[in-house]
Design a protein around this ligand. Structure first.
Ligand code: G3I
Length: 349
C-alpha cells in the first residue's frame, strides 16, 4: 500500500484515487527562496489585469517569484495600438511592481509575427518602410525600458518545426537578415540588457533546436549581440517529456550563451486523472532539472502560475489544468515537485 506523509510526519493512508505524488504537501519555502539557493531565478508570466484587481493573485506574484514576464502588455499591439501613439502604462506598472519586490523583468517581446497592431498588418508598406518601422519599434521600446529589463526576448518564434525560418511579414519583406538587425538595434537601445531568441518545441534535440543552434552559432561568429536562448517549455502530457533537454541545453552552453526556460506549462486533456497528473509532474520536473543541470541556465519561468488565468483552454479545446496552482491558488503537486527539485539542487550547488 502507498503512503503519503501527514503533517505530523507519520504516513497517512491515501484516499482512493490519490497517489504519493499528488498528495505531497508543499514545503514552507517559496520558489523564489529555493531558487536563490539553487542559483536560478524562478519567474512567472503576469496577467496585469489580475495583478491590479486581485489581491490573492498579487500576493502570489510578490512572494513566490524572483522574476516576472509581462504575458501580453509589452507586445507591439499593446504598446502602439495606433501608429506613433504609445501606451506604456500597464507595462510600466509591472516594472515598478517588480522593482518594489526585488524582482527582475524579462521583456517579452520585440519582434514576433503575432499580436501585431492592425495599422501595421493592414498597411501596405514597402520593405524599406517596414525596416524603418521595425527599427523604430525596437529602438523606442527597448529605449523606453532602458536599464529596467534583465533579459529581452528580442525575436520570438522565428522558426518552423522543420528548422526552416517561419514565413512571417518580417522574413517576407526584410529577408533573414531581420534577425541580426533586431539584435543590433536592441543592443544599441539598451546595451546592458541580455538579449534572447525565444521559441517553442526546442526543448529537446530536434530539427528546430538544431537550426536555432546553427543560427546562434553563426550570429555569434559574426559578432551579433545575441546572448541567450529561451526555451519556452509549453508541454502536453499526451506527448513524451523532453528527457534530452540537458543534452540540448549543453550545446548552447558550450556556445557561451545563457539559456532559460521561459514559458513553462504542461497542459492536460480533461478530465484529468492521477496518471495525467503524474505525467505533468514529471514534465515540469524534466524542464526544471534541464535548467539546473546547465551552468548558464539562469531562470525558470512558468507561463502563469494559476489555472484561473491560462491561455490553454481557449487555444486547445478540451485541455487545461496546465499550471502549478489551481484556480483557488492552492499549490498542486507540480508545485511541490518544483520545490523538491530546487531544494535538492540547492544542496549540491
Ligand atoms: O486585449 C484584447 C482585448 O482588448 C479584447 O477585447 C480581447 C478579445 O479577444 O482580446 C484581448 O487580447 C487577447 C490578449 O491575449 C490579451 O488578453 C487576445 O485576444 C489573445 O489572443 C491574447 O492571447 C495571448 C497569446 O499569447 C497571443 O498570441 C495569451 O494571453 C498569451 O498567453 C500568449 O502567450 C504566448 C507567448 O507570448 C509566446 N509563446 C506562446 C504563448 C502562448 O500562446
Amino acid at each position: 500500500m502507498a503512503f503519503a506523509h501527514s503533517a505530523s510526519g507519520h504516513p497517512a493512508p491515501l484516499a482512493p484515487g490519490q497517489n504519493a505524488h499528488t498528495s505531497a504537501r508543499p514545503l514552507d519555502q517559496t520558489l523564489a527562496t529555493l531558487g536563490k539557493r539553487a542559483g536560478v531565478r524562478i519567474g512567472t508570466a503576469v496577467n496585469t489585469d489580475a495583478l491590479a484587481d486581485e489581491p490573492a493573485y498579487t500576493r502570489q506574484v510578490a512572494t513566490q517569484f524572483s522574476s516576472v514576464t509581462p504575458e501580453n502588455v509589452m507586445k507591439w499591439d499593446a504598446v502602439e495600438p495606433s501608429r506613433g501613439s504609445y501606451n506604456w502604462k500597464a507595462a510600466d506598472q509591472l516594472v515598478s511592481f517588480a522593482r518594489a519586490h526585488g524582482q527582475l523583468v524579462r521583456g517579452h517581446t520585440l519582434v514576433w509575427h503575432s499580436q501585431l497592431p492592425s495599422w501595421l498588418t493592414n498597411g501596405s508598406f514597402t520593405p524599406a518602410q517596414l525596416r524603418d518601422i521595425l527599427r523604430k519599434h525596437i529602438t523606442d521600446e527597448a529605449g523606453h525600458f532602458k536599464g529596467k529589463i534583465w533579459q529581452w526576448d528580442v525575436v520570438n518564434e522565428a522558426f518552423n518545426d522543420d528548422g526552416t525560418l517561419r514565413d512571417t511579414i518580417w522574413l517576407q519583406q526584410l529577408g533573414p537578415g531581420y534577425i541580426a538587425d533586431a539584435f543590433r538595434w536592441a543592443h544599441q537601445a539598451d546595451p546592458k540588457a541580455v538579449l534572447f531568441i525565444n521559441d517553442y518545441n526546442i526543448e529537446g534535440v530536434n530539427a528546430k533546436s538544431t537550426a536555432l543552434y546553427n543560427l546562434v552559432k553563426k550570429l555569434r561568429g559574426q559578432g551579433v549581440p545575441i546572448h541567450g536562448v529561451g526555451v519556452q517549455g509549453h508541454l502536453d502530457v499526451q506527448y513524451p517529456a523532453p528527457h534530452d533537454i540537458a543534452q540540448n541545453l549543453a550545446r548552447f552552453d558550450a556556445l557561451g550563451v545563457q539559456t532559460a526556460i521561459t514559458e513553462a506549462d504542461v497542459r492536460i486533456p480533461l478530465p484529468s486523472d492521477n496518471t495525467k497528473v503524474e505525467a505533468q509532474n514529471q514534465a515540469y520536473s524534466t524542464l526544471l532539472q534541464g535548467c539546473l543541470l546547465t551552468a548558464r541556465c539562469t531562470d525558470f519561468t512558468v507561463w502563469g502560475f494559476t489555472d484561473k488565468y491560462s491561455w490553454v483552454p481557449s487555444v486547445f479545446t478540451g485541455e487545461g489544468d496546465a499550471n502549478i496552482m489551481d484556480a483557488d491558488y492552492q499549490p498542486k503537486s507540480a508545485f511541490t515537485v518544483l520545490q523538491q527539485d530546487l531544494l535538492l539542487a540547492g544542496r549540491h550547488r
